[in-house]
Design a protein around this ligand. Sequence first.
Ligand code: BGC
Length: 348
Amino acid sequence: MKKILAILLCVLMVCGAMAVLADGEKIGVSMPTKDLQRWNQDGEYMQKMLTEAGYVVDLQFAANDVQQQLNQVTNMINNGCNVVVISAIEASSLGSALDLAKEKNVPVIAYDRLIMESDAVSYYATFDNYKVGTVQGTFVKDALQLDTAEGPFNLEVTAGDPGDNNALYFYNGAIDVLKPYIESGKLVIKSGQLEFNDVATPTWKTEVAQNRASSILSSFYADGSDIDVWLCSNDSTAMGVINALEDNYDGKWPIITGQDCDKSNVKKMIEGKQSMSVFKDTRMLAAQVVKMVGQIIRGETVDVNDTTTYNNNVITVPSFLCEPVFGSADNYKELLIDSGYYKLEDIQ
Ligand code: BGC
C-alpha cells in the first residue's frame, strides 16, 4: 500500500512538473555584445533557464552594432517568436522592430536596459540602477570619511554610455551622494569635468575610458598631484582607468569604484588596484525574466515591484528591480565563490 502511494505521489509530482513546462513556444533573446563578460553570462543563463522551462530559444548577440540588433530582433519576430527579450545597445534605436512587435502582438521585455521612446515595451527587468550608483558614492564617502576628514581630496569621474538609459541612473546615484562635498570644495575635480556628457564613455569601452583617463592624467596630474578617488560607473571603464594609471601615473594609488564583479576586475580587487565593485547576480535577473516570460505566455499577472520609476518618454514600464550588492576584496569569496557564481580558479 505504502509503495503504491509512493508511486502515485511520484506520478502526481511528474505530472505537476510537466504542467508547468512550456509548450515549446519560441522566445527571442537579443543581447548587445559578446565583448563584455556579463552579456555572455546573461545570454548563457537565459538560454539554459528558458530551455529547461520548455521553450525554444533564439539567442543572438549584436556586436554593439545598432543596425545588427535591429535586424536580429526583426527576424525573431518574423520567425514566430512569441516573446522577445531585448537588452538594447542604443535605448532609442529599435523603432521599426518595436512597431513590428506591436503589429504582431509580440510582447517585449526590456532586459537590464530600458528601451526608450516606445509603447511596445511590456515589462522591464533590471537591477536597481540608481542604487548601484548610491552604493558606489556611499563607499567613496565612507572610505574618505568625507564628513570628518579635512580634505580636500582630488576626484575624477568616468561614467557610462550615453546611449544606455542605465548610465545616467548610475551616475546620478553616485553624484547625488558626492555633490555636497563637491560643492563645499572637499572634493576637487582638477579636470573640471563633471557633467554627465563630459565624463561619459560611449559603448562602455575600456579603451575609450583609458584614452580619456590618460589625457586627464597628462593634462592635470603631470605636476605630481595625487588623485584620491576615481569614480567609475562599471568594471569595463574602471579597467580603462586602471590601465591609464599604470601607464601614466606615479602618485598615491586612488580609490577606484566599479560594477559587475567581472572576473578580471575581481583579480584587480584582490591585487588592491580596484577598491570595490557592485555585484549584480545575473542568475537572479535571468530567473526573474524567465518567470515573466512564463507569466506572460500563461496569461497570468506578471510579478513587478516598481510601477513608477521607469518612464521611457512614452509610458511608465512596469518593472522588476533586483538588488545590487556591494562587493570587495573582503567579501568576494562569500559573494562569488561560495554562491557558485565563479570558481576560485576563474579569479586567480
Ligand atoms: C549594465 C552594466 C554593464 C554596462 C556595460 C549596463 O547597462 O547594467 O551592468 O556594466 O551596461 O555593459
